[in-house]
Design a protein around this ligand. Structure first.
Ligand code: M1P
Length: 257
């Protein structure tokens, strides 16, 4: 081992660095750069590292590589409703079982009708994606290509269409105890109250980390990083792009003695 590494403290048992994916480790729905991959490898030599994203595992794998469950100590898909530690699945929570078939059908039918009344620059397919721990709803449809995706994001920035849909849901289904989270460019995640990203923290509680650092870009109220960023058990780092994350990691973590 190089002498400089021998002189540095091993924080692996004491400090967990937890990362949001879109906008934090990679551009939204894009692959993380090789530079980011190298930096995370370096970080893992001295710290425990994990990711927590709204996306399901297959989407996270598109962005971080097929081997991601082995490249991170913890992988939390769908906010930790599906969780992996050391490459093994340790938890899976069902949105369908929690809500019940009748409520689920009522919600989906109402949403399909509402989506049919909403206009946007382009519409493609896959408007409701059913996942293990949540459903993901998109007015333009998840099958948009990258240009159409960017177009919808700009449109939504201007007219706040997704925020309007969230308000409609809140008025229509107050009794279901659902939370609506705008985490990416084209869609809204829907899951029960409390199943936001703080959900994943239960999976690391027994490790008694001295510090849990969370890095995210949607830390404002209504963003899907808001709860975990403000949680008393985490130290939050707000970033606006992957370059910010790399800068913090180099200056504050890799340089730490
Ligand atoms: O990780 C953030 C979000 O990424 C995707 O959002 P979008 O397709 O709208 O850009 C989705 O996978 C979403 O569930 C997730 O929260």
């Amino acid at each position: 081992l190089p002498i400089c590494l021998l002189l540095m403290t091993d924080y692996r048992g004491k400090v967990l660095c937890l990362f949001d994916v879109d906008g934090t480790l990679s551009k939204s729905r894009n692959k993380a750069t090789p530079e980011m991959g190298e930096l995370l490898k370096e970080l893992r030599k001295r710290y425990t590292i994990g990711i927590v994203g709204g996306s399901d595992l297959s989407k996270q794998a598109e962005q971080l590589g097929d081997g991601l469950v082995n490249d991170f100590d913890y992988v939390f898909s769908e906010n930790g409703l599906v969780a992996f530690f050391n490459g093994e699945k340790i938890h899976s929570q069902s949105f369908k079982d929690h809500l019940g078939e009748e409520n689920l059908k009522r919600f989906i039918n109402w949403t399909l009708k509402r989506l049919s009344e909403m206009d946007c620059p382009q519409k493609r397919g896959n408007f409701i994606e059913f996942r293990t721990g949540m459903i993901n709803v998109s007015v333009c449809g998840r099958n948009v290509n990258q240009a159409e995706r960017d177009g919808y994001a700009a449109f939504d920035d201007e007219v706040k269409q997704r925020a309007g849909l969230v308000k409609d849901w809140q008025e229509a289904f107050p009794e279901l105890g659902l939370r609506y989270s705008i985490g990416g460019q084209i869609s809204v995640d829907v899951f029960p109250e409390g199943w936001d990203k703080t959900y994943c923290l239960q999976h690391v509680a027994s490790r008694n980390f001295e510090e849990i650092h969370f890095f995210g870009d949607k830390t404002h109220e209504g963003g899907n990083d808001y709860e975990i960023y403000n949680h008393p058990g985490t130290i939050g780092h707000a970033v606006t792009k992957p370059d910010d994350t790399m800068e913090i990691l180099r200056k504050e973590f890799l340089a730490r003695k």
